[in-house]
Design a protein around this ligand. Sequence first.
Ligand code: SF4
Ligand code: SF4
Length: 166
Amino acid sequence: MFTQDGIVTKEMFESSLPSPQRRRKGPYAVMECYQKIPCNPCRTSCKFGALQATDDLNALPVRDAEKCTGCGACVSACPGLACFIIDETYSEWEAAIRIPYEMLPLPKEGEKVDGLNRAGVPVAEVRVLKVQAGKILDKTNVVTIAVPKKYLYDIRNIAVRRKEHG
Ligand code: SF4
Ligand code: SF4
């Protein structure tokens, strides 16, 4: 299932994508959550009924793409940093991807940063579109980046090149 180092494979990612018609309509959530652990903040944060309700705390999240609005509440709520929002309608060549981001410094809007793969290896330069600082202690910052569509599977993190002084 996973690669030897526990990384989500391209096949796993592609099998979690909505239908081509839904992908053309706008942002949708992808949960890269494949291990049954007692966790459900994604489900409790979703106000649109897009994550199947269950009494089983260990159940994996099942996203109904037709109900998902791409609101992103699950991204900042997920302690496993496993929820992402993908918007393939952003432009012809780029998708906007919302990622959870726990590092400091936070990037700035418009800044060019390194787009990293799941192993932390730089793949391509990406542009920061939006930064939403988690306002509540247990909420994670969310950064939206413009990613060339050919890297839709690959890029799941960023590295800010700038160093903060003082
Ligand atoms: S993006 Fe919003 S609507 Fe979609 S699953 Fe997450 S919380 Fe629910
Ligand atoms: S909150 Fe995150 S880690 Fe927890 S079940 Fe949902 S997707 Fe998985």
